[in-house]
Each structure stands twice: as structure tokens, then as C-alpha cells.
Design a protein around this ligand. Sequence first.
Ligand code: MN
Length: 245
Amino acid sequence: MIDFHCHLDLYPDPGEVIEESDTLGIYVLAVTTTPRAFPTLKKMLTGRKRLRAALGLHPELAAERAREVDLFPLLLPETDYVGEIGLDGSPAHRSTLSAQTAVFTSILGHCQSQGGRILSIHSRGAETEVLDCLQAAPGAGTPILHWFSGKERDLDRAIQAGCWFSVGPAMLRSKNGQKLAARMPPDRVLTETDGPFGISGGQPLKPWDVDVAERQLADLWGVDGAQVSTRLRSNLRRLLERGSR
Ligand code: MN
């Protein structure tokens, strides 16, 4: 199983979720919401080879923590993964969009100058702007658009630009989410939970809940569960081999 976007450090008891994920052999990309959280998370994941720590600055925090961007050049050498980064143009955060854009652009620039990274990207309500920023930063890495919820036009542009996608149970519950996921190239899709923010039945999703997304993808793709697992594993292998190029 693969959870390519999970906030492992934000569960009430991260140690328990880490232990269980490791025992179950789940591949987890643990994203952070601030660069200051990265060193602690990385230490928590030491020796857990399928649990990887990503260096991030969440768009909802980017404006007030813009100065933390300076930590990126220092911490980037410690990881192949960057996330959660991106832009949020939903009504609650629209007012800081220009500050967010400055932060996002600057992070992409640091990634460019260090040879690119695998990028887990938030784009809610700002899909066009995210794609504009990525287009302006060639060589920043391989973008994986997490929980994409934009228009089909932007999705098509993202596909054209070579983006990957991570989709989870919460997204695939909605008709619109299913429609978008069905449009994504199956060889560029990974599963995620976005736990503990991703919720199902009132409970925060845990990495092993990606099995729900696997079943939803089996329906969308018209294949059985084993074929979904094989495809997702092969996608992950290809992504990691390819790295940030
Ligand atoms: Mn997230």
C-alpha cells in the first residue's frame, strides 16, 4: 500500500501511526506543513525505510511564515521530497495569494538550483496559478498534484505538463472527484490519505485506509484489486527511479 501524502507528525499519537505503518509495510510520504517541523519528523522516521520525510511549507501558513523559506536551501540536501507546498485560492486564503505565490516560487527556485525534487503540491482553488508557477520553474522537479479538485481544463493542462496525481478516499467519494480521477493517466496516479486532515466517517484517515482508495480505483479503472496494487507499485517504482527529472 502507498500513502503518498500524509501528515504523520500531526496525529495525536504519531509514534503509534508510524509503528503501525512500518509494521504493515506501507510506503508513506510524510509531508510537513513547516520547514521547522522537518528535522523532528526526519528523526522520528529514522530506520523506517518505507517512511520518507518531505520538506514543506503549507500554502495556508506560507504568508505568515514566509521567512522560513530561508530554511529550504539548508534542509533540501537532506531529502529527495518536498511537500506540502503550493497555493490555496479558496475564499479563506485568497487574500494572501500573492504572498503565497512569492513563497511557492521561491521554494521552486531552491529546488531548481539543487537539481529538482519530487514535489507534493496543494492547488485548491488556485490550479491555474499553480500550473503557471510550475511552468515558470522548469527543472524544479516532478510535481504530484495532491487531491486535485479543479476544472477539467486545468487537469488536462497538468496532464500535458507531465504532472502526476495522488488521490484518496475523501476525494474519490465525490462524483466530481471520481470524474477527475477517471481522466488522469492511470500510470501517473498514486494513492494518499492526507490524514489526519482527510476524514472518513468522522474519523481521521490513517495510512492503511488507502485500501479504500484502491477499491475505488478498481471500480474507476475496471480492474480487480490485485491489478490496482500492481499498477500503483509499478507507478511508485517508476517515479522513484526517475526521481526529480
Ligand atoms: Mn495535506
